[in-house]
Design a protein around this ligand. Structure first.
Ligand code: GLC
Length: 451
């Protein structure tokens, strides 16, 4: 009798998780805040993807080139709503392959992906029933990009999230009587659109609901556009609760509310919703004792822009990853695919370098915590389970690496070259390692310090 009961229960549980793989019926266990954040804190490194109708434009209109991010093309290049609508109508990225994109993220050592479901231009990359300005109705592509990426991510063991803009330059009630100056609220904070609450209630929330109910677990919800005067802290707090009711364990950034301290991205004093801070294009000078994620571009733009050739070097990107981890944060590194669905080759090369490095040195990054010591002049420290990792950015000319005085060292070894011998010199000023020049790696060499 007991056995039958058990197997019936098992069959029932399987039934609930089968079907389209996106079963919403299964009862999700609500985790504590720390349990909920655990995977994200360990993951450290994710891929941001800015992709949409603007990816066709590449930030150019005739002789004009948009300053800054090319995802702002509609506003920066002065397209009216009507003029801009032709770009979704042209958006047909036949080279897009979700499995390939997810594999490139995974091979680079990234553990999660956050893609723009909708940027400020208002064009949605999923099948929305509350909008005609989406990939199914406004473009010839007619493939649900969010669905394909959610499925590919799940298949390859990568967490999946969406970036969703609160701003909407296309929806009539988000613009209200401000049309044709659809971006008035950005430029002048005193301009408040009286119809915005209707857009919030009848469009923005239903869109978010679709994203959180039709695609299985959405691991991260990443809002943006929190700065417009129309959006209030009451709306932000309500939105946070609304999402948590649908998916109790999802992680939501602080731009869901109005507490963000400018580009620094951390929360101001006060009671604001949001699970993590979002420093943008910058890394805090010292560690911060809160959850945070620095988001950054590889060149200077989020959306595809061939004119922007200011690419950060692979070395710089690897050192930024280490710097961020040594300060207790996560790194969300952006890709701006083109209008055909390809990653820029410059990005692919950098992803490859990041992958080679994390392959050899990932132990010092994933699950690692901030350094308990001051920053050494030769690089950074990270720590994990009683082990300290020394990340060498500047290899000492005489091969002598001076460790922090507080480190009571038992053994030192290279992560990538475990055979190599490191001799120790214990002085009253702390341990000095004698590093063999032959073990120097191209970008960042990591020494594991067992205490
Ligand atoms: C900035 C850009 C916006 C981009 C965002 C990512 O706010 O203006 O286009 O999506 O950064 O954090």
């Amino acid at each position: 009798m007991k056995i039958i009961m058990k197997s019936t229960l098992l069959a029932f549980a399987i039934m609930l998780t089968m079907g389209n793989g996106f079963s919403q019926e299964k009862k999700v266990k609500k985790l504590s805040d720390d349990e909920r954040m655990e995977w994200w804190r360990d993951a450290k490194f994710g891929m941001f993807i800015h992709w949409g109708a603007y990816s066709i434009i590449g930030g150019e209109r005739g002789e004009k080139i948009a300053g800054g991010g090319a995802e702002w093309a509609m506003d920066k290049l002065d397209y009216t709503i009507e003029e801009y609508e032709k770009f979704p109508a042209m958006f047909n990225p036949e080279l897009f392959n979700a499995d390939d994109w997810v594999k490139m993220a995974k091979d680079a050592g990234m553990k999660y992906i956050v893609i723009t479901s909708k940027h400020h231009d208002g064009f949605g990359l999923w099948d929305s029933k509350v909008s005609n300005y989406d990939i199914m109705d406004a473009s010839p592509f007619k493939r649900d990009i969010i669905k394909e990426l959610a499925e590919a991510s799940r298949k390859q063991g990568i967490k999946f999230g969406v970036y969703h803009s609160i701003v909407d330059w296309h929806h009539p009630q988000a613009q209200g009587n401000l049309y044709p100056n659809y971006n008035a609220g950005q430029k002048d904070q005193t301009v408040v659109n009286p119809e915005f609450p209707q857009y919030y209630k009848n469009y923005l929330k239903p869109q978010v609901k679709e994203l959180l109910t039709n695609y299985g677990d959405i691991d991260v919800v990443w809002f943006d556009g929190d700065w417009i005067a129309d959006y209030t802290t009451e709306m932000g707090k309500e939105m946070y609760g609304f999402i948590r009711d649908m998916q109790p364990n999802t992680i939501i950034n602080n731009r869901v509310d109005k507490g963000r301290k400018g580009m620094e991205g951390m929360d101001m004093e006060g009671n604001f919703a949001g699970d993590f801070g979002t420093p943008e294009q910058e890394i805090p000078a010292t560690g911060i004792d809160e959850d945070w994620e620095a988001c950054m571009t590889m060149n200077g733009t989020w959306g595809y822009k061939p004119d922007d050739t200011k690419w950060k070097s692979s070395e710089d990107l690897i050192q930024k990853l280490v710097d961020i981890v040594s300060k207790g944060g996560n790194f969300l590194l952006n890709i701006g695919p083109d209008g055909y669905g390809r990653f820029p080759s410059q990005s692919i090369r950098r992803l490859k370098a990041l992958g080679d490095w994390t392959d050899a040195n990932g132990e010092a990054v994933y699950g690692a915590k901030a350094s308990p010591f001051d920053m050494p002049e030769w690089g950074r420290y990270t720590s994990k389970d009683g082990v300290i990792y020394a990340h060498i950015f500047n290899w000492p000319e005489d091969g002598k690496l001076k460790l922090n005085k507080a480190i009571k060292l038992k053994k030192a070894s290279f992560l990538s070259n475990t055979e190599a011998n490191i001799s120790l010199d214990k002085t009253s000023e702390g341990v000095i390692l004698q590093l063999p020049e032959t073990s120097k790696e191209e970008f960042v060499t990591v020494v594991k310090l067992s205490l």
